[in-house]
Structures are given as structure tokens and as C-alpha cells.
Design a protein around this ligand. Structure first.
Ligand code: MLT
Length: 406
């Protein structure tokens, strides 16, 4: 008799952002006159950059001509994109990453969720708390956790590393050594960053203990301060212990187009087994490559004009983040993030629970955010707002929140 994967049953409810979307939809149906402003999921709102659109049009035309039509893309990515990434994202920062260590995909979420497949089921994992839920949920689905403890708001068998205001939302090295360590900087959801010195300590720790760091750098384009590393490979020895995920979603507004990549250095081996080879085998078996037209659009992001256009978009969202940060600070909120990341992380007033604050903002200000507890027990009494809306909606949302305080 067939058996279902009952590890899925350990997951309470639905995926965080699906739960929020459902609640907001219900509220909108009951209150059709409400003008709801969405600062919840980190989804971009600005149209694609002109250079990206130009590249898409040109690639679409190629697909309509016999001589330039393309079928299946190479499953690890087109050489033109892989070598551009190696040059512009890594060599330019002094990181020795080769084009064939870059695996192009349809986004960082899929890669972050799928990467656990190339590790033994017996591996222990450590995550920051609060944390982007994909790292935890994908490992629970794969049987790498015990039951969910509703009291504690976490899974048995997973190491949660507290990220609090006291440690600047960067975790301390864990006492119990994990096999796999998920780190995300600039951080989702707290907006915190890690200095190069601190990140070096993680790399040294991983190399000393034989752990692998799974480093999510999806928000790298938002870094504004000098001492913040853009890639883990800026640290000595990282090629022997770290995998890095990058995304075009937040960098260039590709949330609807879909493009990302994962870097696995060839020297990263566990007991002589190359993780690069395993991921290549997995990619080749389960994936047919990101579409040609999308990879051409990705290449356009690195052109001189394209780069300038996407950086302007990043600056636009960061103005929103500043507007939220300053506005909330003015009316007495404890606020974090928003300097090197498009996320604002705020402490709920009067020690309200994260979900109560979510309901309060939705009903009394018609503003949607993300409850901190949805990111793990350490997020309780916190709340996340994004800078990804328009200037107008962001300013209006801040005004509405300020009025709640009068
Ligand atoms: C978020 O809001 O945390 C992100 O948009 C989710 C994602 O990138 O998958």
C-alpha cells in the first residue's frame, strides 16, 4: 500500500504568506470599501527596467526566427549569463568564483528549499530565529525534524539560534554543532546585516567543525554600508564550506519573471563527495533550465545602463524603507532594519502579540504587514513591514499608523 509523506503533517497550517493572503482576502470581501495597503509579502511594485524589457523583446524576436530559435536551455544555465555573473558579482569583489560554479535557476526560494536534497537526512540543521520559513519547512518536509511544539512555536530536533535586539539580530555561534547552518544577510525578516569580521568567524567555525553554511544573499543589492560583505566568498576559506544563493527578484524586480542562481564551489567536498557534482546531477535530472528570454533579461541587468536602472529601483524602495523607519520612530515605535535591507522590523506596542497587531493594523488602518511570530518564536511581539510599495502608498500607510497613536 502506498504511504504518504507524513512529515508534511508536522507543518501547522499553510505557508506563512498564503495564510496572510487568505486573511486579507476575507477581510477585503467583508469590507469592500476598505483601501488596503499591502506591506506584507516582499513583492516588488515597480515595472521592469527599460534595459530588461529591451532584452526580453529582442530575445522573443530571436525565438520567432528559424535561425535563432532555442529549445531546451542548458540545465545549469547559459554560458553568457554564468560568465557575466562570475565577472560582475564575484571577480569584481575579489571573489574567485568560476562561471561553472554558478547554477542558474528560476529563483532563490526554490534553490533554498531544494538544496537540502543533496544532504543526508541525518544532518542536523541550525536556523536563525526569526527565520525565512522556507529553510525550516523544506527540512521538515524532508524528515529532518521532530514534531512541532505549539507551546514553544518550534520544531524538535532543529537548532534555533536566537537573533534579538541584544545581539543586533545576528546569531551567536551555537554550542551544539549543527551539520547545516542557514544564514541570510541582509536578513529577512529583521533587515540586520553581518560585518565581514563576524561572518569570517562563522566560516572558520564551519571549517573547523565540518559544517556547511547555506548563505542566502538575496538582498545583497540593498547593502549601503561599507563594512558589510556582499558575498560569503569575501571571507577566507568560504569556498571550502559555503553555498550561496542569489536572486534577481529583489535586485531587479524579477518576482514575476523568475531568475536566481546558486554558487557551489568545486572545492566544497564532504568526505570526498563533491556537492557541486551532486547539485549538477540534481539540476540535470529535475530541471530543464530557466527560459532563454529570462536569462537574456538577467544578462541585461549587468549592462552599464541596466545596472543603473535597477540601482535606481533599489534606491526607490529604500526611500520607502526610510519613510517607514522615520515615521514609526517619530511616534515612539522601537524600529530596526531599513538601512541595508528593504525590511523594517518593529516591536509591537504594549507587548501585543504579533498576530493581534496584524489584526489591529488590518482593521484599524487597512495596512497589511507580516506578524513576526510567523518567522519563528523569536519573532513574537515583532512585526515586519516592507519598502516594496509605491511612495504614495507607503506615505499613506505611515500616516494611517501614526493616526492610530493619536
Ligand atoms: C518575503 O516576503 O519574505 C519574501 O518575499 C518571500 C520570498 O522571497 O519568497
Amino acid at each position: 500500500m502506498a504511504k504518504a509523506n507524513t512529515d508534511y503533517l508536522k507543518l501547522p497550517g499553510s505557508y506563512l504568506f498564503s495564510t496572510i493572503a487568505k486573511k486579507v482576502k476575507e477581510y477585503a470581501l467583508e469590507n469592500p470599501d476598505a483601501t488596503i495597503i499591502r506591506l506584507g509579502i516582499g513583492d516588488v511594485t515597480q515595472p521592469l527596467a527599460p534595459k530588461v524589457i529591451e532584452a526580453l523583446h529582442s530575445a522573443v524576436s530571436e525565438m520567432g526566427e528559424k535561425e535563432t530559435f532555442r529549445g531546451y536551455a542548458p540545465d545549469l544555465g547559459y554560458e553568457f549569463l554564468r560568465s557575466t555573473i562570475a565577472e560582475k558579482d564575484y571577480k569584481s569583489r575579489g571573489c574567485d568564483i568560476a562561471a561553472d560554479e554558478i547554477f542558474v535557476s528560476d529563483g532563490a526560494k526554490c534553490d533554498c528549499g531544494n538544496i537540502q536534497e543533496i544532504f543526508s537526512k541525518d544532518n542536523t540543521i541550525a536556523v536563525c530565529d526569526p527565520v525565512y520559513p522556507v529553510y525550516v519547512d523544506s527540512n521538515v518536509m524532508a524528515g529532518r525534524s521532530g514534531e512541532y511544539d505549539p507551546e514553544a512555536g518550534c520544531y524538535k530536533g532543529i537548532i534555533y539560534m536566537p537573533c534579538t535586539a541584544e545581539n543586533d539580530f545576528t546569531p551567536d555561534l551555537p554550542g551544539e554543532v549543527p551539520d547545516l547552518i542557514y544564514l541570510c544577510f541582509p536578513n529577512n525578516p529583521t533587515g540586520a546585516v553581518i560585518t565581514k569580521d563576524k561572518l569570517q568567524k562563522w566560516v572558520d567555525y564551519a571549517n573547523e567543525h565540518g559544517s556547511v553554511i547555506l548563505y542566502d544573499a538575496a538582498y545583497e543589492a540593498y547593502i549601503s554600508q561599507d563594512d558589510v560583505p556582499h558575498s560569503i566568498y569575501e571571507c577566507d576559506g568560504a569556498k571550502a564550506c559555503a553555498i550561496e544563493f542569489r536572486s534577481f527578484s529583489k535586485t531587479a524586480g524579477f518576482t514575476g519573471l523568475r531568475l536566481g542562481f546558486t554558487v557551489i564551489p568545486k572545492e566544497l567536498k564532504l568526505d570526498g563527495v563533491s556537492l557541486h557534482s551532486l547539485w549538477a546531477r540534481r539540476h540535470g535530472t529535475k530541471y530543464n533550465g530557466a527560459p532563454y528570454i529570462v536569462q537574456r533579461a538577467g544578462e541585461a541587468v549587468y549592462s552599464e545602463e541596466g545596472r543603473k536602472q535597477v540601482l535606481d529601483q533599489v534606491a526607490y524602495y529604500m526611500e520607502n524603507a526610510k519613510c517607514i523607519y522615520d515615521g514609526l520612530k517619530e511616534c515612539g515605535y522601537e524600529v530596526y532594519g531599513g538601512v541595508n535591507a528593504p525590511y523594517i522590523w518593529l516591536r509591537t506596542p504594549d507587548n501585543m502579540s504579533s498576530w493581534d497587531f496584524f489584526d489591529h493594523l488590518l482593521k484599524d488602518a487597512n495596512v497589511v504587514g507580516t506578524p513576526g511570530s510567523g518567522f519563528g518564536p523569536g519573532g513574537e511581539h515583532y512585526f515586519r513591514l516592507t519598502g516594496f510599495s509605491s511612495h504614495e502608498n507607503t506615505a499613506e500607510a505611515v500616516n494611517r499608523i501614526k493616526k492610530l497613536h493619536i
